[in-house]
Design a binder for this molecule. Structure first.
Ligand SMILES: [Zn+2]
Length: 275
């Protein structure tokens, strides 16, 4: 593993030593048998199992593998290929990668010599991700303050995940980019209708400080979900399920078909040289 990871306790560089990473102050982090490393010290955890719960993670894994959202990766790949000086970009981080579905698709389809990292605060998600692709460096860590050396990331991707732009900016090289994917206005509009939720415009993200907006695109697709299992996996991978009443849960559980829009906004921000 290249030396861009830092100790989450003392922030010294981590070096690989047998099957673990260690800093000069002897803080050690073992690689799990699946190949990921857990850089989330227990004192940094707000709950026992931070991040998405296991049910959400497994529902998302089962839903995504059916390919309903596969139209997203080609657009992300197109954007990455068209970045100014795309060959100069070498270190890629998927922040909040979940179980690594898109990280894996992007690495496989770009098939270049970038160094790929996937990071999520959920150990269960990263465990599944590590089983999916052994050629990506997977870490359990908080995106709030990634254990990564300053000035090392060239491309940061975040798909429907939070990001602390101020902290991540320090870890990025000059002219690096953040590719931010958020739900589009019509995302899952039909599902929301079944829940009696008024279609609401998802709030557009504002350009973060010390970044400039390089480009913006919206993509959407009609998806037809034809089994109860897939519909429920979709429902349970969203926050909607966890806030829904028993009655709404029952209505969705009994749907045999759901035809809805899947929509994503993609904003690309470039670091400015002001800091
Ligand atoms: Zn340390």
């Amino acid at each position: 593993m290249p030396h861009i990871l830092t100790c989450p306790i003392c922030e010294e560089a981590l070096l690989k030593n047998d099957n673990k990473l260690a800093c000069s102050n002897n803080h050690c982090f073992d690689f799990a048998k699946e190949g990921y490393v857990n850089l989330l010290p227990s004192q940094h955890k707000k709950t026992k199992e931070p991040g998405d719960n296991k049910t959400m993670i497994h529902c998302r894994k089962d839903f995504l593998k059916k390919g309903f959202y596969d139209f997203l990766s080609p657009e992300l790949i197109r954007i990455i290929r068209q970045l100014p000086d795309s060959d100069a970009h070498k270190v890629f981080l998927d922040s909040g990668c979940g179980e690594g579905y898109f990280t894996d698709q992007i690495k496989t389809q770009l098939n270049n010599d970038y160094i790929y990292y996937g990071m999520d605060i959920s150990k269960e998600a990263v465990r599944l991700a590590a089983k999916r692709n052994k050629h990506i460096h997977w870490l359990v860590a908080s995106s709030n303050n990634p254990p990564i050396a300053n000035n090392s990331l060239d491309i940061v991707l975040k798909i429907n995940a939070p990001l602390n732009y101020d902290n991540v900016r320090k870890k990025m090289t000059d002219n690096a980019v953040v590719i931010s994917v958020t739900p589009g206005e019509n995302h899952l509009s039909k599902l929301r209708e079944h829940m009696y939720l008024k279609p609401q415009a998802h709030k557009q993200e504002e350009t973060p400080t010390d970044f400039k907006l390089l480009q913006q695109s919206n993509i959407e697709k009609q998806i037809k979900i034809q089994t109860r299992e897939d519909i429920n996996n979709l429902f349970m991978m969203t926050p909607y399920y966890w806030n829904a009443s028993t009655k709404v849960r029952q209505i969705i559980a009994e749907l045999d078909m759901l035809e809805t829009t899947a929509a994503f906004n993609i904003n690309v921000y470039q670091t400015t040289n002001s800091i």
